[in-house]
Design a protein around this ligand. Structure first.
Ligand SMILES: C[S@@+](CC[C@H](N)C(=O)[O-])C[C@H]1O[C@@H](n2cnc3c(N)ncnc32)[C@H](O)[C@@H]1O
Length: 218
């Protein structure tokens, strides 16, 4: 969940290596992997992969990862970074893959830049065999109260779990029961905030990062 700002790929990626960025990136990746619970060697398509921070992190977790993004500059930069990830230019709304091509499809703070999220979700659903993992910006959060719609978050849509739950009910074929959690409850991320984020995020739904896993009925 780096802010998008001017979208200079190197600056975007560099945020993940700031003190706050390291914490947020790792917390979000860990939460998504906890929700997905993948097995080593399974495949994952990372939609809106940007500079590939999460693609590489998923690959480090043992997944065979393909990243796709409409921005060639982001992908050119991602290819300069080490990690066994293949990157392709493309959009969530029209994925150049056959049905059920990947075990999992993930979209981390990319669906929030897409004007037709339901259609994009259905397209991601089409190419996934096991399920979809999403990282969204949570409108019911302190981060939204502090930053909503301003600064580097300008242009992004902030969603809620109830909106996402409604989209999920309209997926075809129907999904199995989804799971969701939030993270990044206190966005400044001091030591106390960092140590309390996982235990409090397990019970409080107000983190700025809304993570969801939508499993297929197998
Ligand atoms: C905030 S960045 C997130 C990048 C990466 N997932 C991360 O979390 O660091 C949003 C990304 O969504 C991509 N994006 C925008 N519209 C898209 C679309 N229609 N389909 C797929 N990706 C899109 C942008 O190019 C950008 O790389």
């Amino acid at each position: 969940m780096a802010v998008i700002g001017s979208v200079d790929p190197a600056a975007y990626e560099a945020w993940y290596y700031t003190r706050r960025g390291r914490w947020i990136g790792e917390r979000e990746a860990t939460l998504l992997l906890e929700l997905i619970k993948p097995a080593r060697g399974q495949s994952l398509l990372d939609v809106g992969s940007g500079t590939g921070y999460f693609s590489r992190r998923f690959a480090a977790g043992g997944l065979a990862v393909t990243g796709i993004d409409p921005d060639p500059a982001m992908l050119d930069y991602a290819r300069t970074l080490s990690g066994p990830v293949e990157y392709l230019v493309g959009r969530a709304e029209r994925l150049p893959f056959a049905d059920n091509s990947f075990d999992y499809v993930a979209a981390v703070t990319s669906l929030c830049f897409i004007n037709t999220p339901e259609a994009a979700l259905q397209e991601m659903w089409r190419v996934s065999r096991r399920g979809i993992a999403l990282g969204l910006l949570n409108r019911h959060s302190l981060l939204y109260l502090r930053k909503g719609g301003r600064g580097g978050y300008a242009g992004a849509r902030w969603d809620t779990w109830s909106e996402l739950a409604r989209w999920i009910t309209r997926l075809r074929p129907p999904a199995a029961a989804p799971k969701h959690k939030t993270a990044i409850l206190w966005p400044k991320g001091g030591m106390l905030a960092q140590s309390l984020d996982a235990p409090m995020g397990a019970v409080l739904p107000w983190g700025g990062f809304l993570a969801a896993y939508i499993p297929r009925r197998l």
